[in-house]
Design a binder for this molecule. Sequence first.
Ligand SMILES: [Ca+2]
Length: 313
Amino acid sequence: MSPRKIIIDTDPGQDDAVAILLALASPEDIDVLGITAVAGNVPLPLTQKNARIVCELAGKTDVKIFSGCDAPLSRKLVTAEHVHGKTGLDGPTLPDPTMPLQDQHAVDFIIDTLRAEDSGAVTLCPLGPLTNLATAFNKAPDIIERVQEIVLMGGAYFEVGNITPAAEFNIYVDPEAADVVFKSGVPIVVMPLDVTHKALVTKPRNDAFRAIGTDVGIAVAEMTDFFERFDKEKYGSAGAPLHDPCVTAYLIAPDLFKGRHVNVKVEIQSDLTLGMTVADWWGVTDRAPNALFIGDLDADGFFSLLTERLARL
Ligand SMILES: [Ca+2]
């Protein structure tokens, strides 16, 4: 099989960085057509810069990186420096990037790519708020039916919220954009907190990254070290959850994951539960399934895949 063509839409973020590194380390499985940055964990000037820092760390300076939307469709941007640090990539000391940012807007790159490639040949992989995707779908509805699949990190159901009691960060930041995406009719695979909170970087797993001994291995160990203090304090968990790498790992090894085809709707009105992903896990409504909502993963298999692939960079 030829590698799957993808666009990574991202707001790096330490876990975004690891997701990108996994994709770039896996050319036999994944062909990264471009990386589009969006405002999220930190403001856009930092997310586009961090995307370039990560590609340079991987030694992949030919990857095309685009800057996208700097604010949600109709709300004020909420960021997450309390989790990711001031730069979004706090932890390792990494040099400022010298590789270029493309001139084209991320939204136009998404539109042009979907029109230029065969219909059904491109998968979209959002790792942040869904603003760039929704803007592209609103601007060019003809591209919607050309998307092969959307594999995204976002939402939560049994694990409930991390930014509010009801909502996960990516969906909460731009619930209207998430609503557009979940109503689009494109096949969607969702990596909610329900599964990402099972992908924990325990001490032995962090040691395994460090033991790779390369710049990439050490940087990933330092990033997950930094990231972990927040989750240890908040959840009392054994380490940092690697949210976004679940997306790129799914593209390589879908058998590591288990979920259900269910209906998912995004709350866009209530102040109390804004951005909640209401997943009909028990099939108690007649709403048609629109997403494969993942609930479990083989965590050991996931970390061995990740460590083995990162060692290639
Ligand atoms: Ca992210």
